[in-house]
Design a protein around this ligand. Structure first.
Ligand code: NAD
Length: 355
């Protein structure tokens, strides 16, 4: 198969983690006999320096023409003084909107070898965390009308959802659950919000098409509590935009290792943009100490979700698990133990894929 990928490394540690992820991609392609075609483009602060804008048209066009996008991270103190509309982080919004990516997938998993990293370790609840947040990304209160009264003393944000918007994200969640432990927890606030009552109705209807999947509904405040109390109960967490924004950050924090968490933003046709959940980490950029595993695991998600190559994706995830079991740790997950470099971690994963 030919894999055409637009690569947007971005700023800070972006280029170094993407370098390792691409080495993994090349290793997978070599082992499984695929052809890799890369189109490297600028977005973020580095694009602002060259083009005077953080998301040049040619970058968006290149992403549109590819099968998938691999993104590092954007932003950094150098560009913090820019006005809001020109800031590097705007490139992310431009890419999501410009590419029509309505579905955000955020797996949060505690790897056996890293259970000690979780802040939940004292209550032993970290063991068995392996969940996927499926967040609606282009609707809800973030995209409704935002208004301020004439005297500036009152404000309104509109939360709106159509049945079609709920149905397409619900299907992504149920499809995701079919490849996992077949359990969907749909999060809402149906005791208060009309959008949530519509959400619940549509999710119930979609569930009829997936008789093997167990569905339960949970209020968002309870979901926030349960994520800390007993996170292993969750398989797929289906949420609207704002609830998902908050809960996916909470879910990532309970794993205790931000450098380990991948994500995907998808369309229904399989096109996706894949990126680590962390930012450009300017405090450690250029030192060769960043953890490339979140980006490498994003590549695994790309192989699985855009290209349907599950054996290849499994090979990457297995290699990551083996590298961790063999004791490889970058500084962020090393605790008081010794740490390897970004490149050494990338090499450790590649070696275990090639075996
Ligand atoms: P951050 O995620 O970049 O860093 C938070 C902390 O985690 C830092 O101490 C950093 O060193 C550490 N960290 C992050 N990724 C790591 C990795 N792979 N390996 C080891 N340690 C890692 O968040 P921040 O400091 O709030 O933001 C820095 C910049 O990144 C800002 O300009 C922000 O706007 C931008 N940002 C970009 C994205 C994105 O591109 N998707 C997301 C969040 C923040």
């Amino acid at each position: 198969m030919k894999l055409r990928i637009a690569v947007v490394a971005g700023d800070g540690i972006g280029p170094e983690i993407v370098t390792e992820a691409l080495k993994v991609m090349e290793t997978v392609c070599k082992r499984f006999g695929h052809l890799l075609s890369l189109d490297r483009r600028l977005a973020g602060g580095c694009a602002y320096d060259v083009f005077g804008q953080c998301l040049p048209d040619e970058t968006l066009e290149a992403c549109r023409s590819a099968d998938a996008v691999l993104l590092g991270a954007v932003g950094g103190p150098r560009w913090d003084g820019l006005p809001g509309a020109e800031r590097p982080e705007r490139a992310l919004l431009g890419l999501r909107a410009g590419l029509g990516l309505f579905c955000n997938l955020r797996p949060a998993k505690v790897w056996k070898a890293l259970e000690g990293c979780s802040p939940l370790k004292e209550t032993h609840t970290a063991s068995g965390i392996d969940l996927l947040v499926v967040r609606e990304l282009t609707g809800g209160i973030y995209f409704g009308e935002h208004r301020r009264s004439a005297d500036g003393r009152a404000a309104t944000d509109v939360m709106a959802y159509s049945a079609a918007e709920v149905e397409r994200i619900a299907r992504m969640a149920f499809d995701g659950a079919m490849g996992r432990r077949r359990k969907v927890t749909s999060v809402d606030k149906a005791n208060v919000l009309e959008t949530s009552r519509l959400w619940r109705e549509i999710v119930d209807a979609v569930a009829h098409d997936y008789p093997e999947v167990e569905l339960n509904h949970m209020y968002v405040d309870n979901a926030a509590m349960q994520l800390v109390r007993a996170p292993a109960q969750f398989d797929v967490l289906l949420t609207e935009n704002m609830f998902g924004d908050i809960l996916s950050d909470e879910a990532s924090q309970i794993t205790g290792s931000i450098g380990m968490l991948p994500s995907a933003s998808m369309r229904a046709d399989g096109f996706g943009m894949y990126e680590p959940i962390h930012g450009s980490a300017p405090d450690i950029a250029g030192k060769g100490v960043s953890n490339p595993l979140a980006t490498i695991l994003s590549v695994a998600m790309m192989l699985r979700h855009t290209f349907g190559l599950s054996a290849e994706a499994d090979a990457v995830e297995r290699a990551v698990g083996q590298a961790l079991d063999d004791g490889f740790r970058t500084a962020d997950i090393a605790g008081s133990g010794s740490a390897v470099s970004t490149a050494a971690m990338g090499r450790a994963v590649c070696d275990r894929i090639a075996r």
